[in-house]
Design a protein around this ligand. Structure first.
Ligand SMILES: *Cc1c(COP(=O)(O)O)cnc(C)c1O
Length: 342
């Protein structure tokens, strides 16, 4: 894929030279015994940055979200989430297959829930009706187009949920993108939620890994369940070392990714056949619709022939994502390819 401009996702980044050096030199031990010093440092540092008691290194964001759902709920309960939530549509039904819970989905235009949308979905439980076990939010919202929760909306949802004894989990795969776009710290914007998952492997550029954060007892329970899933890893400090570099160094580069996404969005919006309001693009994800004529898949196939990779989501919707292997010249070439295709 080296000769392509790869805008399919920010997961396609390869480890930087600094990450590879850190991986080669990582001090390691057996993490199932709690003896990998690099994993321990990564978990401590993530907990410090998010001002939480504890953190857990997990191989994927999907596993982190599943562990949180599994810890917070009982089998048969419902999880309230947006209808296009990653946990609901892109994690192989794991909340049902493994944790034994059902999604209770709420359709939204941009993936952003509010209390007035959530309240009617809450089920009280009792002798003959399902019980709500958890509320799950996603920020930035991937299929909503990299959209961001206003911090006061997260706070409002959590205050009201907690008053009903309900927990809130945040799928913060790209929470650093949200923080950069809002000009706030990740600790500030995530303070009200009960647990957070974020990915080291997306815009932060690590080859593998995500973090789950929360209170000490919650993380201890998640650690046991991670082992049930076969996710107890041994000398995994070689991966945590890259994660530490990602955590310390990569957030600085995200503003640049957002600028490139703006440049891309404005360019796309000017092409006849693309339906997109650049003002809706807040972070590094550009979701756009295509006017009837060609399907999104046909357009993506044609772009590939021009050396540009994008993803089709649904018949007329496509996605392009910026990341640190994308440069201004890549955007210009992608736009020229799109003009040629349409
Ligand atoms: C990528 C992503 C995840 C986790 O994905 P993995 O590929 O399992 O690491 C979770 N939530 C959102 C919103 C994502 O974009």
């Amino acid at each position: 894929m080296d000769t392509f401009i790869d805008l399919r996702s920010d997961t396609v980044t390869r480890p930087t030279p600094a990450m590879r050096r850190a991986m080669a030199e990582a001090e390691v031990g057996d993490d199932v015994y709690g003896e990998d010093p690099t994993v321990n440092r990564l978990e401590a540092r993530a907990a410090e940055i998010f001002r939480r008691e504890a953190a857990l290194f997990v191989p994927t964001g999907s596993m982190g979200n599943l562990l949180a759902t599994w810890c917070w709920t009982e089998r048969g309960q419902e999880v309230i989430c947006d209808a296009r939530a990653h946990t609901c549509v892109h994690e192989m039904g794991s909340m049902s297959a493994v944790a034994g819970v059902m999604p209770h989905t709420i359709p939204t235009p941009d993936g952003i829930l509010r209390w007035d949308l959530i309240a009617p979905a809450i089920q009280p439980g009792g002798g003959y009706i399902n019980k709500t076990g958890l509320i799950e939010l996603e920020c930035t919202h991937n299929f909503g187009g990299g959209t961001i929760y206003p911090p006061e909306t997260i706070a409002d949802i959590c205050t009201r949920a907690h008053a009903l004894g309900l927990r809130v989990h945040l799928d913060g795969a790209r929470i650093f993108n949200a923080a950069v776009a809002l000009g706030k710290t990740v600790a500030e914007i995530t303070a009200p939620v009960d647990s957070i998952m974020f990915c080291l492997s997306k815009g932060l550029g690590a080859p593998v890994g995500s973090m789950l954060l929360g209170a000490r007892e919650f993380i201890a329970q998640a650690r046991r369940k991670r082992k049930i899933l076969g996710g107890g890893m041994r000398q995994v400090g070689v991966l945590a070392a890259a994660g530490l570099v990602a955590l310390e160094e990569s957030p600085k580069g995200l503003a640049r990714d957002h600028d490139l996404a703006q440049r891309l969005a404005k360019g796309l919006a000017a092409i006849p056949g693309v339906l997109l309001d650049p003002a809706t693009v807040r972070t590094n994800i550009v979701m756009f619709d295509l006017a009837p004529g060609k399907t999104a898949q046909e357009v993506c196939d044609a772009l590939r022939a021009h050396g540009v990779l994008a993803s089709a989501f649904g018949p007329q919707t496509a996605r392009m994502v910026t990341h640190y292997d994308v440069y201004p010249v890549s955007i210009d070439r992608a736009l020229a390819a799109m003009r040629a295709v349409l």
